[in-house]
Design a binder for this molecule. Structure first.
Ligand code: KIV
Ligand code: ZN
Length: 506
């Protein structure tokens, strides 16, 4: 059976989703979960793009041992040097060089001719190979490139030492049959193709990213680029969970082997959703919350008799359990640590202590705290360095009613200095945000506000994700509490702490 590799670019292409900004600490947590799931190659960032991406690549490089860690780089020595420095501690480093190959990109973006692009690509791969055993080359916008030029380019970079050549459908333009034909064309016309693996990278602008990836696998692609939950530029990338489950459920059809432990899918999907602030639609294939819920009586009857009537795979395949062990207010630190491990988190002592204290506070107000709620609580603390250097909420008080203007009073501490202020607003949350703005005294505006109950029931934990605008950038924040006003304040302060941290550190 043929084996293919999964290249996960959630932390690089996925992080390019408009409004998403995953911190380097959060990226490390996700990278460790991806490694645990058996993902072959993880791309935590683009080292030359920002200090935060550089840090994400080096943190993952230092801690991930089993998966290959890749850094993206443009075809120039500066970018390659940055990748080299960031990957210095990696056990299995990969340099991922890209340059655009389509007429429209070469003319309007690069202002380069085919010959110049060819020379830059070959030179970059040659330079990269001085420092890296494993070099991947991507011809950006390959599906709108001249096929003969694409083949010449691939032949040149393979001769220069590239072991993987990627054919990205950068703008989600190609159709499945057409993509399969293109793979066949490359296989038949690149003379040295037997010395390299063919990779594919699909965007979802026409909703075909997964279908195109699967067509490419059928045509001989050996590596598929994906992102968890399909996040990414514009309409996103091919969703990892969809590609992996199509190949798993329909193994009879594809006859392809994968290294991924599909039972990790549900957990990683939730982690990425929380950390990116990108909610999963209930009907999302594989990981949506409706996937194992049957509404019609006829379907319910069928599933009770035999789940195979309406379920093409059991929930356990993706790590969902129908019954989970619940923790409550009497659960101790040990049980909590066990649960954190079971949920896939590798927490250091300090983060574990803080998450446990938060769990205890929440458990004191409700009977049981489910797995999903515990995962949300823990994720709140993963970004510890940012939380530590930013504002801390000392106390808040709000008042509202039908016959009064909502008011909020708040005290925040930063660098040992406490500041207190009060404000009015259109409701207690708006008033609290106004009071925070007065204390922080920066030009910050609320861009997006989202609230959801983590589980069903009157005592569910409320999770708030906000996006704020500061200095022309968008930053996300996340907060959880049984009290939605507290969750809102936490998420707003969290977003402000990120905004200030990134603006000071980049
Ligand atoms: O979409 C694309 O072309 C990319 C490349 C950098 C691989 O993300
Ligand atoms: Zn891409």
């Amino acid at each position: 059976m043929r084996q293919i590799k999964i290249f996960d670019t959630t932390l690089r292409d996925g992080d390019q989703t408009p409004g998403v900004n995953i911190s380097s600490r959060q990226k490390l947590e996700i990278a460790l979960q991806l490694e645990h799931a058996g993902i072959d190659i993880i791309e935590p960032g683009f080292a030359a793009a920002s200090p935060s991406d550089f840090k994400a690549v080096s943190l993952a490089g230092a801690q991930v041992r089993n998966s290959v860690i890749a850094s993206l780089a443009r075809a120039n020595e500066n970018d390659i040097d940055a990748a080299r420095e960031a990957l210095a501690g990696a056990k299995r480093p990969r340099l991922h060089i890209f340059i655009a190959a389509s007429p429209v990109h070469m003319k309007y973006k690069l202002n380069m001719t085919e010959d110049e692009v060819y020379a830059a690509a070959v030179e970059a791969v040659r330079y990269g190979r001085r420092y890296f055993e494993d070099v991947q080359f991507s011809a950006e916008d390959a599906t709108r490139s001249d096929r003969n030029f694409l083949c010449r380019l691939f032949e040149g970079v393979i001769d220069a030492g590239a072991a993987t050549v990627n054919i990205p459908d950068t703008v989600g333009y190609i159709q499945p049959r057409e993509y399969a034909e293109l793979i066949g064309f490359v296989r038949n016309n690149v003379k040295n193709i037997d010395r390299a693996a063919i990779a594919v990278h699909c965007h979802d602008d026409l909703g075909l990213a997964v279908a195109n990836s699967l067509a490419a696998v059928g045509a001989g692609a050996a590596q598929v680029d994906c992102t968890v939950n399909g996040i990414g530029e514009r309409a996103g990338n091919a969703a990892l969970e969809e590609v992996a489950m199509a190949l798993t459920v329909r193994k009879d059809f594809y006859d392809i082997g994968l290294n991924i432990a599909t039972s990790e899918i549900s957990r990683i999907s939730k982690t990425v959703s929380d950390m990116s602030g990108m909610h999963i639609p209930p009907n999302k294939a594989i990981v949506g919350k409706n996937i194992f819920i049957h509404e019609s009586g006829i379907h319910q009857h069928g599933v009770l008799e035999n789940p195979e009537t309406y379920e093409i795979f059991p929930p356990e395949t993706i790590g969902k359990t129908r019954n989970t062990m619940l923790l409550g207010k009497l659960s101790g630190r040990h049980a909590f640590a066990e649960k954190a491990r079971e949920l896939g988190f590798s927490l250091d002592r300090e983060v574990l202590d803080k998450a446990f204290a938060s769990f205890k506070r929440i458990a004191g107000t409700k009977k049981v705290v489910g797995d999903e709620e515990i995962a949300v609580i823990i994720r709140d603390f993963v970004d510890q360095s940012i939380l530590d250097s930013g504002y801390r909420i000392d106390m808040f008080q709000t008042q509202s009613g039908s016959a009064m203007k909502a008011t909020a009073m708040l005290s925040l501490t930063k660098d040992g200095v406490s500041k207190c202020d009060a404000a009015i607003g259109n409701g207690p949350i708006d008033a609290a945000f106004n009071a925070i703005n007065k204390i922080v005294n920066k030009d910050i505006s609320l861009f997006e506000y989202r609230i959801r109950a983590v589980t069903d029931g009157a005592d569910a934990l409320g999770e708030v994700n906000v996006k704020i605008k500061y200095e022309d950038n968008i930053y996300g924040g996340h907060g959880v509490s049984v009290d939605i006003i507290e969750a809102s304040i936490k998420s707003y302060v969290n977003a402000i702490n990120r905004a200030l941290y990134y603006s000071e550190n980049s």
